[in-house]
Design a protein around this ligand. Structure first.
Ligand code: SF4
Ligand code: SF4
Length: 182
């Protein structure tokens, strides 16, 4: 056994080093979040539960029933049934999404020419039944009213397409990543 190793063994230096590291970590800010009480705000482009956008000036859905979202969806989980609206234009009679097949790629959001389908910041929607996770137009509109109405809905596309560095800041008391020591 080399002299250095003998010193290490006799004086428990490795154990002391480990204990020092433990003690140091005890004094640093914890990165663990007390979820669900403590939630971190979502970053721009977060892909949560779907919603069907409502035009605030008319109170009607924005969708023009073009079918692009359904065509681009890689999971083929968007179903649109159209009819003729009061002004002769095509409108979505039914708009349904089979959430359990969705892969949250956001292609539907990107493809939509009028910003009618969005992915909200809401992600806590597990359920025991398939039906609860089958989104009808009414449920999607209700999602919009619950999670995107008002200022949030206005900011959604701006942040989705043009996020700034400030949007990715570390939130107070909740570091996103542990900072490198030293
Ligand atoms: S997020 Fe992707 S998989 Fe889900 S509905 Fe939209 S296009 Fe389809
Ligand atoms: S949600 Fe958008 S892409 Fe899909 S049918 Fe309506 S307008 Fe077209």
């Amino acid at each position: 056994m080399k002299f250095k190793e003998i010193v290490k063994t006799v004086f428990f230096t490795e154990i002391l080093k480990g204990m020092a590291l433990t003690f140091k970590s005890m004094l640093t800010h914890a990165v663990t979040r007390q979820y669900p009480e403590e939630k971190r705000p979502a970053f721009p482009g977060f892909r949560g539960l779907h919603a069907f956008a409502i035009e605030p000036s008319t109170g009607k859905e924005k969708c023009i029933a073009c079918g692009l979202c359904a065509a681009v969806c890689p999971s083929k989980c968007i179903y649109i049934y159209t009819k003729e609206g009061e002004d002769g234009r095509k409108v979505p009679e039914k708009y349904e999404i089979e959430i359990l097949r969705c892969i949250y790629c956001a292609f539907c959001v990107e493809a939509c020419p009028v910003g009618a389908i969005v992915l909200t910041e809401h992600f806590e929607y597990s359920d025991y039944s398939k039906e609860a996770l089958y989104m009808t137009k009414e449920k999607l509109i209700s999602n919009w009213n619950k999670y995107m109405a008002g200022e949030k809905g206005k900011q959604y596309f701006e942040k989705f397409w043009h996020p700034t560095l400030n949007d990715y800041r570390e939130y107070e008391g909740q570091p996103v990543f542990r900072k490198k020591e030293g």
